[in-house]
Write a protein that binds this ligand. Structure first.
Ligand code: NI
Length: 158
C-alpha cells in the first residue's frame, strides 16, 4: 500500500464523471488500500477516486473508526437537514458552511463486490453526500453558503 498524490481543486480530473466498476481486480484492490492510506495520512474522513486521479466510482469513508468502501454508490434516501463546516482534501486548509441532509441511505458494493446498504446520520451522512458528489465531478465549494475560510489546526476537530 502506498500514498497517492491528491489532486487539488483546479485539476480538471475533479470535474469529470466517473465510470462504474464492473469487476474487482488486483489493481482496484490496491487502489482502495492506497485510498485509505492517503485519506488517513491527510486526516480526512473520506476520499473519492478522482481525488487520486482515478475516474472510477469508488470512495472510502471513515468518520468514526469504522471504514467503509463504497463502489458504484447510489443514494436511495435522504431526510432532514444539517448545516456545518465542511472541507475537502482537494482544497487543503479551506472550509465552508454547507447544508446537507442529516440522514442518508446509500446502496453500494463493498471491496468483494457484494451489495450492502449503509445508513448514516450527522458527519457520516455529510461524508456520504460529499464523496458521492465527487464521482460526478462536483466539489463541495458549489454548495458553500458565504465565503470559504481557513481554520487553524486546533479548530479542525469538527
Ligand atoms: Ni472532497
Amino acid at each position: 500500500m502506498a500514498l497517492r498524490k491528491i489532486r487539488i481543486m483546479g485539476d480538471e480530473v475533479l470535474e469529470k464523471v466517473c465510470r462504474p466498476v464492473e469487476k474487482m481486480t488486483p489493481r482496484i484492490k490496491e487502489l482502495i488500500g492506497d485510498m485509505f492510506d492517503t485519506m488517513y495520512d491527510g486526516m480526512g474522513v473520506g476520499l473519492a477516486g478522482p481525488q487520486v486521479g482515478v475516474l472510477r466510482r469508488i470512495c472510502v469513508i471513515d468518520t468514526d473508526g469504522e471504514p467503509y468502501v463504497l463502489i458504484n454508490p447510489e443514494i436511495l434516501e435522504t431526510s432532514g437537514e444539517q448545516t456545518g463546516n465542511e472541507g475537502c482534501l482537494s482544497l487543503p486548509g479551506q472550509y465552508g458552511q454547507v447544508t446537507r441532509p442529516d440522514y442518508v441511505k446509500v446502496k453500494a458494493l463493498n471491496e468483494n463486490m457484494e451489495e450492502y446498504i449503509l445508513e448514516g446520520t450527522g458527519l457520516l451522512a455529510r461524508a456520504i453526500c460529499h464523496e458521492c458528489e465527487h464521482l460526478d465531478g462536483i466539489m463541495f465549494v458549489s454548495h458553500v453558503e458565504g465565503e470559504l475560510f481557513e481554520l487553524s489546526e486546533e479548530d479542525e476537530e469538527e
